[in-house]
Ligand binder design. Structure first.
Ligand SMILES: NC(=O)c1ccc[n+]([C@@H]2O[C@H](COP(=O)([O-])OP(=O)(O)OC[C@H]3O[C@@H](n4cnc5c(N)ncnc54)[C@H](O)[C@@H]3O)[C@@H](O)[C@H]2O)c1
Length: 407
């Protein structure tokens, strides 16, 4: 098969599609980023990542300069490529159930561009069995393509540095397709290529995210127990961890949010007929962490809370990110709207006409919750603002930020 591109990425301007596309292009693979978001494509063509990504712009500019990276807004590019990598969003709905139809709808929309000799790589995180379902779907449509599943495991914002060193999980229904995707991924990593069956790869990805979500919930639950008893969790955590190897993997407490961890834990819950007890418990703890913050403020201020202005620093779902998807800062905002006189929100990386500056928050709030511990806030010294009650569940202003939560 002689085609213009080696690889086309459907969803190529997204948080996963763009870094992996840049990595492939820099690895010598002729790559086309196909996306319906024309504004993002234009920015990418100009050498700028449309979102925060460490080392992103430099890697993107070198990929563009190599001539191996193109941006495309027309689906014809699918027919012009040997491999088609699909990395569209896979959200859960308002009942916490996985939505299956996003990828299928995109396939339907572009069906005429798929060719019999195509190798399709699903990179989105999917409900178990989806790869087989999509393989069968193509067969029903008379397309003899090979569908493979090779999940993404980067931490958002660190993809460019991580892709090079992370082992890649690959899976396919036939040996030929497995060899081809393994060879392709060898171009972006020196680490191992791990091959398993598609359903095993699907579960490996979901278990990974559920495991992280549950680990964070353990730290959060411990923190809430200490708070409830007016104890200093930092001291307890230090006592547990100092020079004691077995406890080093206990993360620090914090707001556990973002577009992946809860969603993927709930995909697993749906797969187990909603009997994934640990997953559901983790959701209650991590989502309830915010309610607990406000409950403690109510305990401290009683009726006076209604007279207070509450400021939120950081609306992104995690530190040093500009991504507000599924951020718990918005849950704080909603509850505080009911419980306080006024709420002020601020974030240096997210544009919103209703947000105010960090200084405005500090000048006008009685209570300040540090929701996303952006580096930008490290210069704030709570001691310089004795009038304000600071809520810093991250312990950000007291200790170095190692082992922080990030999804
Ligand atoms: N964000 C992460 O760090 C991360 C990590 C691992 C896995 N994942 C998984 O990767 C998948 C994608 O997540 P994301 O964060 O990159 O999402 P995203 O929203 O950032 O990217 C999706 C991209 O697809 C584009 N798109 C939507 N419909 C399209 C269509 N019909 N044709 C072409 N392009 C289309 C969007 O414009 C967007 O640029 C999800 O399944 C997610 O769970 C994400």
């Amino acid at each position: 098969m002689d085609r213009k591109y080696d690889l086309c990425i459907i969803g190529g301007a997204g948080h996963v599609g763009l870094p992996v596309g840049v990595a492939f292009a820099n690895g010598g693979v002729k790559t086309a980023l196909f996306d319906i978001n024309k504004i993002s494509l234009q920015q990418i063509q100009g050498g700028k990542f449309p979102f925060k990504e460490i080392g992103g712009d430099e890697a993107l500019q070198s990929a563009l300069k190599s001539g191996n990276l193109s941006t495309v807004d027309s689906p014809e590019v699918i027919a012009q490529s040997k491999f088609v990598l699909v990395v569209l969003g896979t959200p859960i709905d308002e009942n916490l159930s996985p939505q299956f139809d996003g990828i299928l709808r995109a396939i339907d929309r572009y069906i005429n561009y798929f060719q019999d000799d195509h190798i399709i790589i699903l990179r989105s995180t999917v409900y178990p069995g989806t790869t087989e379902k999509i393989q069968n779907y193509f067969r029903e449509k008379g397309k003899n393509v090979q569908v493979t599943f090779c999940p993404e495991r980067i931490t958002q914002g660190h993809a460019i540095e991580e892709i090079k060193v992370l082992p890649q999980i690959v899976s396919a229904f036939d040996e030929d397709a497995l060899k081809k995707v393994s060879d392709l991924f060898r171009k972006i990593t020196k680490a191992n290529i791990i091959s398993v069956k598609p359903i095993e790869a699907e579960l490996a990805k979901l278990f990974t995210n559920a495991w992280r979500y549950i680990k964070f919930s353990v730290a959060n639950q411990f923190f809430m127990i200490a708070q409830e008893h007016d104890l200093d969790y930092e001291s307890i955590e230090r006592a547990m961890k100092e020079d004691y190897k077995r406890n080093q993997d206990l993360p620090s407490p914090g707001l556990t949010a973002g577009p992946c961890l809860l969603k993927d834990t709930m995909q697993l819950a749906a797969f187990t007929n909603n009997s994934f007890m640990l997953g559901h418990a983790a959701m209650l703890v991590n989502q309830g962490f915010v309610n607990d913050m406000i409950r403690l403020l109510k305990r401290e201020y009683a009726k006076e809370l209604k007279e207070k202005t509450l400021g939120i620093l950081g609306m992104a779902f995690k530190a040093d990110s500009d991504d507000h998807r599924d951020s718990l800062s918005y849950k704080i905002q909603k509850i505080a709207h009911v419980e306080c006189k006024k709420v002020l929100c601020s974030d240096p990386y997210i544009k919103d006409p209703d947000f105010v500056s960090k200084d405005h928050v500090l000048e006008n709030s009685d209570i300040v919750i540090l929701a996303a511990p952006h580096e930008e806030y490290s210069h704030i010294n709570p001691k310089d603002h004795p009038r304000i009650k600071f809520v810093d569940v991250w312990n950000f202003w007291k200790k170095p930020r190692e082992n922080a939560q990030s999804s």
